[in-house]
Design a protein around this ligand. Structure first.
Ligand SMILES: [Zn+2]
Length: 308
């Protein structure tokens, strides 16, 4: 089985000229490609695997997953899946529902969509001082060059700086300050799927899972902080009436984004399965060995999945 991960699936917005997203028309083409070449895992087949470890009779079929609860997942994706009689798993960070705030990870995407990377990186570097980088990351931070001239390289360094290097104590205020310098207003309203629409998706048969509260790099957090992220996010989903089965997805993904505390907590919370980011198929052995970090491909590894 191939689990495939999507983020933004939308149409061009002239207020965000540099925003990276998968165009809806390419999303449709990719679904056609999957349909013609692999087919899709049914919900019944997926239940047989997650509950009993039984693989579908036909190997290599596709499972669709969507991260971060952006409103485009209701506006475009839900509509498209319904038309085709497909189902998907949607991973939701719950802070936007409990505090109606934009997550820092998405404020970074918006800044990168609205402005050029070279200016953003320059501003971030001028606002950062060495004491804002935790000891464990300082050496790696100093070894980075931060002198790249290309826009794309500057964007990825800007993201790395604010998602990975900076201590979370300073991140929110640093992003606030960058927003002020560029005179950018962050508007949380309409960025995420509304609670009513999330409930509609869940009632229709889509699976809604936890993607923490704040979307942190979990391996940067201690046990207590990680407990909060998992426990409180499931509480919110249960309160909203959208938690039909307990499933979780590691923010950012990759084996460095979580640690053994994360896996122990997921097991203690009786989470049925979790997704990681690792470019390989789900095999029978994963039922016993990798249930809390099932592999998942980025959609850009298949035809028509490139973001632009
Ligand atoms: Zn995410």
């Amino acid at each position: 089985m191939k689990a495939v991960m999507y983020h933004y699936v939308r149409e061009f917005d002239s207020s965000l000229p540099n925003f990276k997203f998968l165009d809806v028309s390419n999303f449709r083409k990719q679904l056609n490609f999957f349909d013609q070449n692999y087919g899709f895992v049914t919900k019944e087949e997926w239940d047989s695997f997650t509950l009993l470890g039984k693989m579908p009779n036909v190997l290599g079929k596709v499972i669709l997953t969507f991260d971060d609860a952006m409103s485009c997942h209701y506006d475009y994706v839900f509509h498209e899946l319904k038309e085709r009689g497909l189902w998907g798993i949607f991973y939701v960070p719950t802070l936007p529902y409990s505090k109606s705030k934009l997550l820092d990870v998405h404020r970074i995407h918006l800044l990168c969509g609205a402005f050029d990377g070279v200016s953003l990186l320059k501003e971030a570097m001028s606002l950062l001082s060495g004491d804002m980088i935790p000891d464990s990351k300082r050496r790696e931070f100093r070894d980075e060059t931060y002198s790249n001239q290309s826009n794309n390289e500057s964007i990825s360094e800007f993201k790395k700086l604010l998602n990975y290097y900076i201590s979370y104590d300073f991140r929110e205020s640093t992003i606030d300050n960058i927003g002020k310098v560029f005179n950018y207003k962050f508007i949380p309203n309409k960025f995420y799927i509304s609670e009513v629409n999330l409930k509609e998706m869940s009632d229709y048969g889509m699976i809604i899972g936890s993607h923490t509260v704040n979307h942190p790099v979990m391996s940067k957090l201690n046990l207590l902080e990680q407990f909060y992220e998992i426990n409180a996010s499931f509480d919110s989903l249960i309160k909203m009436g959208v938690c039909k089965e307990k499933t979780y997805c590691h923010p950012y993904g990759g084996f460095l984004s979580f640690d053994s505390n994360t896996i122990n907590l997921l097991n203690k919370h009786n989470v049925l399965y979790s997704f990681n980011l690792e470019s390989r198929e789900i095999v029978a052995n994963d039922f016993n060995k990798s249930k809390q970090f099932l592999p998942r491909f980025d959609c850009n590894l298949f035809d028509n999945g490139q973001v632009s």
